[in-house]
Write a protein that binds this ligand. Structure first.
Ligand SMILES: Nc1ncnc2c1ncn2[C@@H]1O[C@H](COP(=O)(O)OP(=O)(O)OP(=O)(O)O)[C@@H](O)[C@H]1O
Ligand SMILES: [Mg+2]
Length: 228
C-alpha cells in the first residue's frame, strides 16, 4: 500500500461531474468537484437531504461512475478499473456501510459479518470480531437473518461487516441514523477504536452534529460544492 501512513494523499477527486437524467429533467449533482483526503483522516460529511452525500460515497466506492472526472484511491484509478479489479480492490481495501444496509438476506448476521473475512482469507472470528460483536451488542442476534432484525440491529450488523476486515478506507453512510443516542455513542466509540487501531481513513455521512464531533473534521456538501 503506497498511502497507508497518516498524512499521505489517499483519495484524489479531480473535476468530478455527476448528473442523473430521466425523461423530463436532468439533475446536476456535482459540477467540477475537486478534493483530496489524506490517509488517516476522519471526516464527517454533512449536508441537506438530496445534496449528494450518498452519491459521493457510491462514486468513491466505485458503485457508481461519474460522467467525467477522475477518482484515484491509493494511487489507483477507480474510474477506469475493470469490474473484476474493482471487486478485488473493494474486498482488500474498503469497508462500506450503505444507507440501506445491503445485508445479504439469505445469510445470518454472523455469516454476513464473517463472509467478508473469509473472502480475505481471514478466520471467520477472532478476538477483534468478538469484541466488535459485543461492543455493537449483537451477541444475541448472530443467528438471526436480516428480515428478523430491527432496523437498528441491521444497521449495527452492516457496521460490523464493514469494519470486520479492518479496512484502510471506511465509507459509512449515516451509520447511526437509526440508533438511539446511547447506542449511537457506543457504535461511534467502537468505530473510532477500529479506525485508530488500523489507522484507517473514514468518511462518514451524518445529519447529527454529535456523531460528527467524533471525527477530526466536518465537510458540508452544498449545491454540488464541498465546503471544507
Ligand atoms: N439513480 C438515481 N436516479 C435519479 N436521481 C437520483 C438517483 N440517485 C440519486 N438521485 C438524486 O440525486 C440527488 C442526490 O441524492 P443522494 O442520495 O446522493 O442525496 P443525499 O445527500 O444522500 O440525501 P439523504 O440525506 O436524504 O440521504 C437527489 O436529488 C436524488 O433524488
Ligand atoms: Mg443519502
Amino acid at each position: 500500500m503506497t498511502c497507508a501512513s497518516r498524512g499521505i494523499c489517499l483519495i484524489t477527486a479531480r473535476n468530478i461531474c455527476k448528473e442523473y437524467c430521466d425523461a423530463s429533467e436532468k439533475i446536476v449533482i456535482f459540477d467540477n468537484l475537486n478534493f483530496t483526503i489524506h490517509s488517516g483522516e476522519t471526516i464527517a460529511l454533512m449536508g441537506q437531504s438530496g445534496a449528494g452525500k450518498s452519491t459521493l460515497l457510491h462514486l468513491l466506492g466505485g458503485f457508481d461512475k461519474p460522467e467525467s472526472g477522475h477518482i484515484e484511491i491509493n494511487s489507483q484509478s477507480i474510474s477506469s478499473m475493470s469490474d473484476a479489479r474493482l471487486s478485488r480492490f473493494r474486498r482488500q481495501f474498503l469497508g462500506m456501510v450503505f444507507q440501506q444496509y445491503n445485508l445479504i438476506p439469505s445469510l445470518t448476521a454472523r455469516d454476513n459479518i464473517s463472509f467478508v473475512r473469509r473472502l480475505n482469507g481471514l478466520p471467520a472470528e477472532d478476538e477483534f470480531t468478538r469484541e466488535l460483536v459485543h461492543a455493537l451488542q449483537l451477541q444475541d442476534r448472530l443467528d438471526h437473518y436480516p428480515s428478523q432484525l430491527s432496523g437498528g440491529e441491521q444497521q449495527r450488523v452492516a457496521i460490523a461487516r464493514a469494519i470486520a476486515t479492518q479496512p484502510l478506507l471506511i465509507l459509512a453512510d449515516e451509520p447511526t441514523g437509526n440508533l438511539d443516542e446511547q447506542t449511537a455513542a457506543q457504535v461511534m466509540t467502537m468505530l473510532m477504536r477500529a479506525v485508530a487501531l488500523q489507522q484507517s481513513t473514514l468518511l462518514l455521512v451524518t445529519h447529527s452534529p454529535t456523531t460528527a464531533s467524533y471525527l477530526d473534521k466536518t465537510w458540508r456538501l452544498e449545491q454540488g460544492q464541498l465546503l471544507c
